[in-house]
Ligand binder design. Sequence first.
Ligand SMILES: CC(C)(COP(=O)(O)OP(=O)(O)OC[C@H]1O[C@@H](n2cnc3c(N)ncnc32)[C@H](O)[C@@H]1OP(=O)(O)O)[C@@H](O)C(=O)NCCC(=O)NCCS
Length: 205
Amino acid sequence: MMPKTAPADEAGTWARSLAFRALLNDGRRVRVRPVVPADRANLAAGLARMSPRSRYFRFHSQVSRLSEARLRYLSEVDFREHVAWAALAIDEPGSPGVGVARFVRDREHPESAEFAVTLLDEWQGFGLGSLLLRTLMGSAAQRGIGQLVAPVLAEHEAALHLIERLGGRRARVEDGVVDMILPVRRALRASRPVRPTLLLHGRTA
Ligand SMILES: CC(C)(COP(=O)(O)OP(=O)(O)OC[C@H]1O[C@@H](n2cnc3c(N)ncnc32)[C@H](O)[C@@H]1OP(=O)(O)O)[C@@H](O)C(=O)NCCC(=O)NCCS
């Protein structure tokens, strides 16, 4: 795990050591690595590139910008209680961030964590959400987290399907929001390969 007070260059080196590349089902390639503090600008730029619909699905309201405090929270991840992985488009100039998946451990129920996955619109539907969620499940298992939960809008077929496809189930439904529960170890054990995604060269920077 990343040292608690890792300076920026140390965090970068650590993130690079865990990075891997993957091929999506349309042939585009991504690099997946832990989120580091330097991603603050990536996160702000990513939000600006998302459609209102995707923002609504992610935040359940029309968020148009993130405050500095919120960007800091989302990028300064301790990789213990708060874990986040980013996907970067390696074939685009500057390798912009195109997706992120994170979980935050529930303080009162430490075997549980709330998660979210967010992709730019033009990167949706090609297996990247599945890849990031599977990566997140691996991190959860390593940290003794038994279940990942996500509140998902009932009309959000893509997210409901994605989570069910990986072994999750629908729990409570209230005010148009479905609490999705993903039992981590069972889902990892079932380990159904996610069809569209091929790992390239295993783990490599
Ligand atoms: C929800 C989201 C993460 C899904 O990621 P994705 O990369 O588009 O999903 P995948 O390509 O990995 O597809 C996973 C499964 O969902 C299915 N799926 C994708 N889009 C779908 C849609 N609109 N309706 C129904 N099923 C859909 C795929 O066919 C696939 O199922 P299969 O393996 O049985 O064929 C992505 O669309 C997204 O970022 N949306 C905006 C942000 C958001 O809503 N976040 C909240 C999620 S907690």
